[in-house]
Write a protein that binds this ligand. Structure first.
Ligand SMILES: [Zn+2]
Length: 179
């Protein structure tokens, strides 16, 4: 079984490849001006997809005994907090973003952090359900679905970010030989 650093590095490589490939595809269609405007449109979903890809590439080992389990709380908190915060910031509402961060955002982070840590109480079988294709599908769908709730994204963005989360999770399973 590869160590979590290997999973994370592979996930990071995949994120760079996907982002680069998408931007090259946009470039192919119509020059640098279009790249910048299209990149602006996809930058947020790509960043959120990268977050999910990296999270997904280590999350299956929540059922193990490694150190990575103890990051699940802050990770869940960050995944709940970042979309509404980044959506506000990217749409130019910086003061609204800061208001959100110091008010409901802080509560959302702490609540999600607690929910994440409560996952450690579930007696998952080691390399059982969490190391399955179904768990990867649920992870990608929940992430894409969560983003759809925010008014900042058109449906393409959440679909892309959810697919990247699914890919990162599946990548972990492939490296573990569980796909
Ligand atoms: Zn694993």
């Amino acid at each position: 079984m590869p160590r979590w650093e290997v999973h994370l590095t592979t996930g990071l490589g995949a994120s760079i490849l996907i982002s680069f490939g998408l931007l090259m595809g946009v470039y192919d269609r119509g020059g640098m001006t279009n790249v910048l405007s299209a990149a602006g449109r996809y930058l947020l979903p790509l960043s959120l997809g990268t977050l999910a890809l990296l999270a997904g590439s280590v999350l299956p080992d929540l059922d193990g005994r490694g150190m990575v389990r103890w990051f699940v709380g802050p990770l869940a908190g960050a995944m709940a907090l970042v979309p509404p915060l980044a959506g506000r910031m990217f749409s130019g509402n910086v003061s609204g973003g800061l208001d959100f961060l110091y008010g409901p955002g802080a509560r959302l982070f702490l609540f999600s952090c607690a929910v994440g840590y409560m996952m450690l109480l579930v007696p998952f079988e080691h390399r059982g359900f969490l190391h399955s294709h179904r768990a990867a599908l649920i992870f990608g769908t929940v992430w894409g679905g969560y983003l759809l709730f925010h008014p900042f994204f058109d449906p393409v963005g959440p679909f892309l970010a959810g697919a990247m989360g699914y890919l990162g999770y599946s990548w972990h399973l492939a490296l573990d030989g569980k796909l």
